[in-house]
Structure formats: C-alpha cells, structure tokens
Design a protein around this ligand. Sequence first.
Ligand code: TRP
Length: 351
Amino acid sequence: MAEKEIVLSGIRATGNLHLGNYYGALSKFVRMQDDYDCLYFVADLHALTTNPDPDKLHENVRNIVAEYLAAGLDPEKSTLFVQSDVPEISEMYLLLNMHVGIGELMRTASFKDKARKQLGIKSDSENIESQIIGSDSNKRVNAGLLTYPTLMAVDILIQKANKVPVGKDQEQHLELTRRFARRFNSFYGVDLFPEPENFNFGGNAVKVPGLDGSGKMGKSEGNCIYLIDDEKTLRKKVMRAVTDEGPKTPGQPVSQPVENLFTLLELTSTPEIVKHYRDAYADCSIRYGDLKKQLAEDILKVTLPIRERILDLQGDDAAISKALRIGAEKARERASKTLAEVRHTMGIRKF
Ligand code: TRP
C-alpha cells in the first residue's frame, strides 16, 4: 500500500470558531482524515508571540481542542496535538534559526503589520527598522514575533508534511518554509525536507459570508455565527441579518446582502428549499422573515449538535487530556526522527 501524503495544519489559539472556520477549514479537515495522514495542532507557542496571558492561553487551548473534537476530528484517525507538547519543535526552531536571515524575517508582511501596530505606526512608508532597533521594551517588538516564520516552518518541516491547508494570509509563511527547506537541503547537500504546498481540499475555496450584508464572516467584523452560540442567540442574529426592501420586478438581480443569505442557505439547507426561496425571489413573492426563519432552522441543525458536544468536552478535562496524550505521542515519534537527522546533519553528534 502506498504511504498516504502528510497533511498538517496549525490553529492559533484565539477565540471561538465560527461558521466560516467550520465550512472553510474544519469540515474539510474532518473529510481529509480518511484520505491523508493528517496532523492538526494548536499553535500555543505562536500564541505567545503576542499578548501573553497564562490563564487565557490555557483556556483557549482547551476550547479549540473541544471544538475540533466536537466538530468531528477523530484522535484515532488524525494526530491532534498541542505544539508545546512536542519539545522537539523548540529545539529544531533554535537550529533552523541559524539558517534564517534577520532581513528576510523583517521583510515578512505579517511581522511588519504586527510590529507597526505594536509601535503605534500608522503609515506604510515610515521606516520601522530604526524604531524597532530604538525600542528597548520587550512589550514592543519581541524576538519571538520576528522568528514566527521559523517556528511555523519547523512545525511543517519536522513532520515532513507535503500539504498544508491554510488561508491566503499564510501564503507568505509557506513560501518562506519552502525557501528554508531548499536552503537547508542545499547547504548540507542532503534531501531531508520536502517542499510543502498549500492545499485546498475539494477544489474551490468556500467563502462564507457574514450577516452584516458585506463580505466574509470574520471575528473582527463582528458578523459571526459561532458554533457555540445557543439557540436564542443564533435565531436573534439571523433575524437581524441585513437585507433590502425586497424585489420589485420579476427576475431582477439579487443584492449582495440577500445573496449572502442565499449562500448561507446553500451551505446548510437542501437544494429544494434553496430553489423554493430563489423562485420566490424571482417572482417577487419572497418574505425575508420566512427566509430567515428557515435559515436559522437549518443552521441550528448543523451547529446545535456540535454545541452540545463542545459543552460536554469543555467540562471533561480527562477526555481532552487523553486525546492530546495520544496525539503528542504520535507527533513526537516523527518529530524526534527528523530532529535526530537534523542534529546529525548539522554536526551535533555523539562520541
Ligand atoms: N500561522 C498560522 C495562522 O496564524 C498558524 C500556524 C502555525 C500554522 N504553525 C502552522 C499553520 C503550521 C499551518 C502550518 O493561522
């Protein structure tokens, strides 16, 4: 039997998961479990690069793990782990940093964005390098933030992952990972690391719209339906979703806010129901109140069972700890092999 390809993705531990995360990533992660050798982990060390808060960090890790398990990630099929449970990552991060330039890290878009925010610099054009060098408090720009891409590359390379499903905002980090892999291989004349590629399981990226009539559902937009929302909250959010005055002439084009509701209905409902409301729009008989009631019903069918499982798991540290123990063991097995190869390659050898 051919070996399955290795899929790996990391999730930063910040806040609750919403419907956009669910359809954009999580539901695909669940489906990939059968076809690939999947590793999914909570990037708690990466979370430390900004606003470290010990209690919040621990809470966030628990929540993410509960939400992933509740949505159908199976710790028997996939390797589900917490980054810091694999100390090999930290050691290889130190080693790989010897082959990473400060300049290329400082030019990374995510670093410049975050550094600018922390220094309170608004404009793009201002030279941030001198301000970074001049700032003397680690509250400002810490070295962990600068080396974020090294750590992410190690997450991927230490597992020799082939496919990394991530959003567009992570593309540059993935490009750096490939560059570091090539650089290491060619510097030492080895063929240790494969070059990982971005991976969109099942073709097109799904764009899940928010409820505010604009674009994508996103935590910072405040237009989200969370998997953990209770029935009342969820219904209220959907009933308040932005629409328009309604169609006046048969067959007129659908406005963006209403198209967003149709898109959500297409994700959660049956083709018959979608057709019913599309037809009603086309002949101007649609009532948005009915459409929203239907939409809330259909979303609840998806989210309520997940919510129940999240609540159960959040109160069950034993279940979480068991799942993570299995995951850490599997992740460490491969990581320690790679780390041994890296150490040997770099000349760190026993007498
Ligand atoms: N940087 C990623 C994000 O912010 C999280 C992440 C960390 C990651 N390590 C990774 C993603 C390795 C994929 C692979 O979303």
